[in-house]
Design a protein around this ligand. Structure first.
Ligand code: MG
Length: 337
C-alpha cells in the first residue's frame, strides 16, 4: 500500500463554532489489488469530532508498510475509523448503487449576515434547502438575523441550522422556541461534549439533547455526536427521535452502521466531511446506496480547493450519480505527487 499525506488550503476558510478552518489535512491511500487494479481511499479526519488525527493515520500507514496482507488490513483498530473507511474503499469493498437518479443538496450558508447575500445567490441557482452556520457569533446577534434569513427563503424553501455544539441549555431553548413556527427543517447539534471530556459530561449532554428533542417541535439532528460507529450505535440504542447527519468518511465500517440505521427506520442526512474528490466519491457512493428517504444531501459545499481535480461534484442544487462516477481518483492521487 502507498499513501500520501495532503495539506491543502481551502479556497474559502470556513467559520464554525470550532473556529476558523483554513486547511484540510488527510491521507490518500493507493492499494494495488491481486488483479493488478489500483484502489484508492481517503482518510479525512476531523479531530474535534473525536476522530483520530492525520498524524495517527500517517503513523498507522507507515506501520502497515508497502506490502500489506488482508489479515493486516482487517485488524486496523476501530479508533482509526477514518483510516478503516479509506481502506474499505481502497479495497473495493464499497456498496452497490442501485438508484442512480439525481439527489437534491442543501446549500451551505456562511455564519452571520453574509448568509443573506449567499442565500439569494444560491436560491437563484435553484437551491431550496439551506444550511446556516450558527453558534459562531453572539447568540443575540444571530437570533436577530433569523427572521431575515427565513424571509429570504424561496417558496417552499427550508432552513437547517447548524450550531456545531456551541450552545448551552438556555441558548438552545431560546433558539428552539423561535424556530417552532418557522420553516426550520432541523437544528443540528445544539450542544456537544467531546468524548475526551469524560463519561459524566457526555451523559449530561446526551440527556440534554434527548430532553430538547422531546420538548420542542423542531427536529434535532446529531452530527458531531454521531461521528463514529460506536456513537451511532449508542444513539440507536437510546432511541434518538431526530435525524442523523452521517459523514461516511468518519464511519469506520459504513456498511454495518448504515444497515443498522436503515433497520431502525432512521432519518439520515448524508454529509460531506470537506474531503477531496477521492473521499467525496466514496461518501456519495455510500449515500446513493441508502435505501431510505432521500433528505437533501449536505454536499452543497465547494469548490473547496483551488485545483479542479481535487474537488468532488460541484456545489449544485442536485448531485447527479454520473458526476460521482466520473470522479477520477487517480488524478487526485497524481495531483499530490
Ligand atoms: Mg454539522
Amino acid at each position: 500500500m502507498a499513501y500520501r499525506r495532503y495539506h491543502l488550503a481551502l479556497r474559502q476558510p470556513l467559520r464554525t463554532a470550532h473556529g476558523r478552518w483554513t486547511h484540510r489535512e488527510g491521507v490518500w491511500l493507493r492499494l494495488e489489488r491481486a488483479d493488478g487494479a489500483a484502489g484508492y481511499g481517503e482518510a479525512a479526519p476531523i479531530p474535534w469530532f473525536g476522530t483520530e488525527t492525520a498524524d495517527d493515520i500517517e503513523a498507522a500507514c507507515a506501520a502497515l508498510g508497502r506490502e500489506t496482507t488482508d489479515e493486516q488490513l482487517d485488524v486496523v483498530p476501530a479508533r482509526l475509523g477514518c483510516l478503516r473507511q479509506a481502506l474499505t474503499n481502497a479495497r473495493g469493498r464499497g456498496p452497490a448503487v442501485t438508484v442512480k437518479s439525481a439527489w437534491p443538496a442543501a446549500g451551505l450558508l456562511p455564519a452571520g449576515r453574509p448568509a443573506l447575500q449567499e442565500m439569494e445567490a444560491k436560491a437563484e441557482a435553484g437551491f431550496r434547502v439551506f444550511k446556516w452556520k450558527v453558534g459562531a457569533g453572539p447568540a443575540a446577534d444571530e437570533l436577530a438575523l433569523l427572521d431575515d434569513v427565513c424571509a429570504g427563503l424561496p417558496d417552499g424553501g427550508r432552513l437547517r441550522l447548524d450550531a456545531n455544539g456551541a450552545w448551552d441549555r438556555r441558548t438552545a431553548e431560546r433558539w428552539l422556541e423561535r424556530c417552532a413556527e418557522r420553516p426550520v427543517e432541523f437544528v443540528e447539534q445544539p450542544a456537544f461534549a467531546q468524548p475526551a471530556a469524560g463519561a459524566a459530561l457526555l451523559r449530561q449532554v446526551e440527556d440534554l439533547l434527548m430532553g430538547l428533542a422531546r420538548d420542542y417541535p423542531t427536529p434535532l439532528a446529531l452530527d458531531e455526536a454521531a461521528a463514529g460507529e460506536g456513537s451511532v450505535r449508542r444513539w440507536l440504542e437510546r432511541g434518538w427521535p431526530g435525524i442523523y447527519v452521517i459523514k461516511p468518511a468518519l464511519l469506520g465500517e459504513p456498511a454495518a452502521v448504515l444497515s443498522a440505521l436503515a433497520a431502525a427506520g432512521a432519518r439520515v442526512v448524508f454529509s460531506s466531511a470537506l474531503e477531496t474528490a477521492i473521499g467525496a466519491r466514496a461518501s456519495l457512493t455510500w449515500a446513493f446506496s441508502w435505501p431510505g428517504q432521500r433528505l437533501a444531501l449536505g454536499f452543497g459545499v465547494g469548490p473547496l480547493f483551488e485545483r479542479a481535480e481535487l474537488n468532488g461534484p460541484a456545489a449544485a442544487p442536485f448531485v447527479y450519480w454520473d458526476a460521482v462516477e466520473a470522479i477520477n481518483p487517480e488524478a487526485v492521487w497524481n495531483a499530490g505527487s
